[in-house]
Design a protein around this ligand. Sequence first.
Ligand code: AHR
Length: 675
Amino acid sequence: MFKTHSAKNIGHVFISLLLTGTCFATVQTKIIINASQPGVKISPTMYGIFFEDINFGADGGLYAELVKNRGFEFPEEAVMGWSRLAAGGARGSLSIRVQEPLEQANPHYLRIEVRDPSKGFGVSNEGFRGMGLRKGQEYWFSVYARAEMETMTFKVELIAPDGRVIGEARFADVTKGWQKYQCLIVPTDTEARATLNLLGTCVGLLDVDMVSLFPADSAVSSTLMPEPVPGLRKDIVQMLADMKPGFLRFPGGCIVEGRDLGNRYQWKNTIGHINQRKTIIGRWNTEFAHRLTPDYYQSFGLGFYEYFKLSEDIGAEPMPIINCGMACQFNTAQLVPMDQLEPYVQDMLDLIEFANGPADSKWGKIRADMGHPEPFNMKMIGIGNEQWGPQYIERYKVFAGAIKAKYPDMQLIAATGSDATIFPNGHAEIEYLWEQWRQLKPEIVDEHFYRQPDWFLENVGWYDNYDRNSPKLFVGEYASQSVGVASPDNRNNLKCALYEAAFMTGLERNADLVRMTCYAPLFGHEDAWQWRPDLIWFDNLNVYGSANYYVQKLFSLNPGTNLLTTQVNDAPIFDENKKALSVSSTLDKKAGEVIIKAVNVTAEKLKANIELKGAKKVGPKGKAIILTAKNLTDENSLQEPKKIYPAEKSVSVNSPSFSYEFQPYSLTVLRLLVE
Ligand code: AHR
């Protein structure tokens, strides 16, 4: 199976013997790094994050709200997530009403009519596949309530799957007129699938809306959110922060476009007080027949303010992607007529003002009122997601023209449709778009790759021959699909992770052209995903990184400041176009270190002579961070979240020329002091 680069048969035989562990003299792999000539600057945004509300990424995921359909606003399904509860033979009735609502924008609320309270009459909320509660931690319960005539009383219970009450609160004196009632509840047990009961405890009429339960320690805040400030799931935010991402792309993905235009992402509906944000159906709700998720809606509790704030909190450049008058071309492909684009263009200009305008500008004031008077300093914006065809180009021109007229420094990101292999007439479409981009010159062009693992390994040199005069590149969505694109059988296994890592060495070697990259999608809820593979997996209590996550993290934490030219001689290859060893290297000027990233995809140790050409002194101290596992099919899971996890060890090197043995099936990051 194994071959060398060399066509000579003799080399072929020797390498094959080495890799199968037989002791014959053989051609030694050589890595030559030009250490004294730092090349192009690695973009600080080289490694970033793609966020999309898919797989319960927002509601039920990053957004820490535990009550599903808290406002009874799921379109046409106002009571989805809720069920009737009559404890101890209680009697009463439930109705959804809109008269004199809490908010005109979200008019529905629940009326609980209690005729015989017994042990309580009302409703139970199922959460997002249950609610994750931890023993001893504080949770804020809140609800807007009013009594229709008499003063009302009610209770709230947190219920374990076996029916035990693990938290409780009682409220008396609910009077006429909407008022907020809230309290802290501390569960007496940890449960991943708890539910919440809200029960009237005296005869009368009780109206309730915006029923909410949040962990008290959720991470991001905004003054317009209900007190106390709820936000994002801290453990998940930490996983993102740990990557030290260069940018955060949001809100997608196809969710930007919507299945139809009515379902598109409209950022203005996602800001301000959460009581006024309008719930819509999630576009992934019924996308895949094999993973129907009828209870997938977007409450927009996680909206554009929160995205900007999250970007800031984790030190990432915000990268919003906006709808350009086109619905998803894989779905309805609806188009806004050219003479009706103006409101869409205005939305985009207003977004820039919301992010960057002074606190006394119309949209900057809304940002300031939400708790952030300083601008978010957004520098780039994507026009459309996976758009293609002449219809895209004519719309792109309108949006780009409007932005550049007002904000000439704003960097524009243009699309190249989807992965060429999965969208209709792919390659021709992409060629057409590239012709346009060469003329229109957006600052950045976005390319997507959802391919099988072998493709990533075979195409480590994908960008080597790209035209250096073309716009810069954003590899804005990629992930190795072990079975097929979005197949429910895809796995986040070591093979996929390593082959992506090999591909990433190619991205890094082309860092003059490739300025930004990110894996997609970001999140998967173990019980509620639609698309896999995903970078980070979670359930209602836990979160873990896939092997792919640790690959991304290792690149992101070790970018270096300048590219170093790297040549690999006599590396074995297996199969026609696949190299056993892929390498890139950079210099970290601040740390005075050379950073070598090497991916060995074989089952054997691979020894290489490494020469840091031009270096006067190397080491002696250094370290190697190694990501590996026994089998290519290994993967992390809730049960074994760190089965594939980077291990660090010290290495000692005393000369610019040294040898190093790369572990089987591994990504190694070597950091060595250099002068
Ligand atoms: O990452 C999942 C989806 O794949 C994105 O929404 C879309 O842009 C791509 O087709």
